[in-house]
Design a protein around this ligand. Structure first.
Ligand SMILES: Nc1nc2c(ncn2[C@@H]2O[C@H](COP(=O)(O)OP(=O)(O)OP(=O)(O)O)[C@@H](O)[C@H]2O)c(=O)[nH]1
Ligand SMILES: [Mg+2]
Length: 325
């Protein structure tokens, strides 16, 4: 059974709350992507060179990225020849299979954070300004508070005016502790204080916000390395995770940012925000293809509970199949 059929069977009949959220949040992407593919399969009776060229265009327009697009088209072409498939709808099934395989081939992944009995989990959050860093930190904190975890925040972005206050507001709203420093203080000193405190107060999760000044690559690299070093002095193996926040509406620019950050520090995951605000939902596949790093969570709206653990099947369902108009 092809992937589209499988997804229809799995999610089409009885939908859980998260599938519903994916469907609603990705409405713009779906309208653009799946309606274009559908139109194409009505336009052509049999696939030919032009058909594949049009599919290529659709994938690129959806921000799947040129590399992955070319790879996927090549495998679809190969399969269509080998298995003598000429029906456009069947070809679209093969296309979906290839997109799915392209993500999975990059290796095993677990999206949810891991917690430890004997020490806090520390999550370092990086990303340029305006991408939804603060909101995503608040959403992640909210998620784990609801799971009964003790969460603490650290405002290690001491550079940008107002960053501390913004995070403080969220900490107050969520009723959790936050560690801050003076304006322009060494971010590593804030991170160290927070790690020290988190360990002694038996915190389950410490989320550290950082300044994302990509324009000074070497400084950023040194700053993040120092933050990681001081945290690991207090807490073994910490930070266990480093998430990069990427705004889906920035398209290929987001992919460029991701590459740049991957050069300055090792990332364990990406959070894609504002998926609800773009019609180019393919960026998730492009990021995974370029970095190999999994997309761990996606932002599907502005509300606190509009952050979902990334699920490849639900994502592809919402992108290509879902029936919500
Ligand atoms: N629709 C939508 N809006 C989002 C999402 N995530 C964040 N936003 C909005 O994006 C805007 C910027 O979010 P912030 O969290 O302040 O971004 P930031 O990266 O912390 O920004 P600076 O601290 O100013 O650099 C806010 O208006 C958020 O409500 C999302 O998943 N969907
Ligand atoms: Mg912010």
């Amino acid at each position: 059974m092809g992937l589209i059929k499988f997804l229809k069977e799995k999610f089409g009949k009885k939908k859980d709350a998260t599938t519903d959220k994916y469907e609603q949040g990705m409405e713009k992407s779906r309208k653009s992507f799946s309606s274009k593919l559908n139109n194409l399969s009505h336009k052509y009776k049999k696939v030919n060179q032009e058909y594949f060229e049009e599919v290529e265009e659709i994938l690129i327009e959806a921000d799947v990225g040129i590399n992955l697009t070319l790879k996927v088209i090549e495998s679809v072409l190969e399969k269509s020849k080998k298995e003598r498939i000429s029906d456009p709808e069947e070809i679209n099934e093969v296309l979906m299979d290839e997109l799915f395989a392209g993500y999975m081939d990059k290796g095993e992944y677990q999206n949810d954070l891991k917690f430890y009995e004997d020490r806090p989990t520390v999550l370092l959050v990086v990303g340029v300004n305006g991408v939804g860093k603060t909101t995503s930190i608040a959403k992640l904190a909210y998620r784990y508070i609801n799971q009964g975890k003790k969460v603490m925040l650290a405002a290690a972005d001491t550079f940008r005016a107002g960053a501390k206050e913004q995070l403080q507001t969220w900490a107050n709203r969520l009723g959790i502790e936050i560690v801050t420093g003076a304006d322009n203080a060494d971010p590593a000193s804030v991170a160290y204080d927070a790690a020290y405190k988190a360990k002694r107060e038996n915190v389950d999760l410490l989320i550290v916000d950082t300044a994302g000044r990509l324009q000074t690559k070497n400084n950023l690299m040194a700053e993040l390395a120092k933050i990681k070093r001081v945290i690991s002095k207090e807490i073994e193996d910490a930070p266990q995770d480093t998430f990069l926040i990427i705004d889906a509406t920035t398209g290929q620019n987001g992919v460029v940012q991701a590459k740049a950050f991957a050069e300055v520090t090792s990332l364990t995951g990406v959070v894609i925000t504002k998926m609800d605000g773009t019609s180019k939902g393919g960026i998730i596949l492009a990021i995974r293809d370029c970095l190999g790093v999994p997309v761990r969570f996606i932002g599907l709206g502005e509300k606190m509970d509009d952050l979902e653990e990334f699920d490849l099947e639900k994502y592809l369902y919402a992108l290509c199949v879902g029936d919500k108009e």
